[in-house]
Design a binder for this molecule. Sequence first.
Ligand code: KG4
Ligand code: ZN
Length: 334
Amino acid sequence: MIILGIETTCDETGVGIVRDGRQILANVVASSASMHQKYGGIVPEVAARDQIRSIIPALQEVFQVSSIKYQDLDAIAVANGPGLIGSLLIGVETAKTISLVFKKPLISINHLVAHIYANWIGNRKHPSFPLIALIVSGGHTDLILMTDHKKYRWLGGTLDDAAGEAFDKVARVLGLGYPGGPEIERVAKQFTVDSLQKTVRLPRPMISDENFDFSFSGLKTAVVNTVNSSPLTVNSKAEIAYEFQNAVFDVLVTKTLKAAKKYKVKSIVVGGGVSANSALRIRMSAIGQKNKFAVFFPPKNLSVDNGVMIAAAAYYKRQSNNPLNISAVPGLYF
Ligand code: KG4
Ligand code: ZN
């Protein structure tokens, strides 16, 4: 089964072609991140205008790379939410048009579900159910219990900023580039741990709470206060980045493990842009191994937004919609 996946929920234009939910035939991602650099965050109108320019060339490229033709497709899949309305409309209207012109089924996909299914792509062992999925992206931080394909139970999520959003904002405060996650990761690596030298201590919000919710806004304010308390140096920047990253990951790892134990799952699956972070990968894998949970991360380039994960999720959903009934839903949830 060959599926074309289209992703335009945020600032990327992702188009992918996937066979049977796991074999990538083509994967093209055009990002407008460089255009948002000077603002330190996404400007929705700028993102959407760039997506209008990128979508047709991206489609042309995936068909060229894969030598697949529109007629060969079994279905078209598109992320119809959650996301920015201007951006979503471009993917959704393009997918509807292709579906109608070539008379192919159209499958609407929840972007967050697709981040989970990025873990099914490639020639490797699949996660087994039940599983806990941690979605950590620029817009979301959610813990989901999945008992089977299409069976989701939302356990908790952030009450304010998403983890990726906190990375982006803290990077801005530290004078680093956008997107902030990879920048914080790079700078944090420059700090060599020496408890005698370590002077910055940030809070681990809600780490001991019984629920599965998160909060990163206070942590961000704590970083702002730390930055304002003394002039930034190369060393202090590295230490703040290191401590901030550790604080976020302490909370994410602790709560994910708590959920995995409570629901007696077999696997822990992580997805979304923050799951590209090597320190998070190392820590979550170690805690999983210690507690006998199989831990899964997508290949790093599929942690961030892409069209391939939309096609993979559609393979498991296989429930098509009338193209005329699909619409962009910015607040789409589980
Ligand atoms: O999933 P994604 O590509 O887009 C959304 O759905 O939001 O996630 C983007 C987020 C950004 O906030 C970015 O800073 C963060 O993922 N991110 C990272 C890393 N790479 C991307 N955060 C921490 N470490 C990284 N290496
Ligand atoms: Zn995403």
